[in-house]
Design a protein around this ligand. Sequence first.
Ligand SMILES: [Zn+2]
Length: 290
Amino acid sequence: MSTRKERAARRAGEFPPPPEPLAVPVFDSHTHLDMTVSFVEDAGGAGSSVESLIDAAAKAGVDRLVQVGVDVASSKWSAELAARDERVLAAVALHPNDAPRVADLDEALRAIEALAAQPRVRGIGETGLDTFRTGEDGRAAQETSFRAHIAIAKRHGKALIIHDRDAHADVLRVLDSEGAPETVILHCFSGDADFAAECVRRGYLLSFAGVVTFGSAGQLREAAVRTPLEQILVETDAPYLTPMPYRGRPNASYLIPLTVRALAETKGVDLDELCAAISANGERVLGPWR
Ligand SMILES: [Zn+2]
């Protein structure tokens, strides 16, 4: 006999069934394949591999993705994967919640900058500000790291991929004081319609995750409505933020169809048209993949 708790624990390691594939392919603008594999392993799920996750995504019509590093080791790994798999581009950075804990921030930033020079590293991120998980004592180091990442993105002509948690105004303040790179992507966009309008006005791209499918995310759906097709992206942030109805199960790029269908419905646009726009945006600001 298994208790409800045991069954829930098993499901936490169990991928949801594949959704109906997309007719027009899109890409996942933000995923952590390495973290997804270890997340599922830790939750006691059946072995998944990086390769199987990329293959499953392609079958669902998600034929490209951006693998995002969060520290020097995972950034190196991301760059290596992108160099050997044409379906993958990489982003490299120190995560804003890790930056304050890095023993030697300057040395770590030098390692990120070295990776930024690689041709299939197209994004600098995720970087940014997080006042939810980082307390007062870590904020100065977090901002120093964010500023350094902005400079790296500009020096190498790469897209800046921003993690913004409860820090909308401060993110804009830092971008204004440094001068934003040509391409800025707000990963897992979490603002309301007004903040979306402000980001759109600045030419930033807004990347929407599975959160748009949550019942409680009315404000976020209003933000999606305010985002023009030329500035919208879609992502998983896997293994987290699994779209409905599979919240609580592990996420992966093959589930993007659930999120992109919800986005199309929210925006009242044709699904194929939205997918084509997202693909074109990715190829324009990050690509080409092949
Ligand atoms: Zn992430």
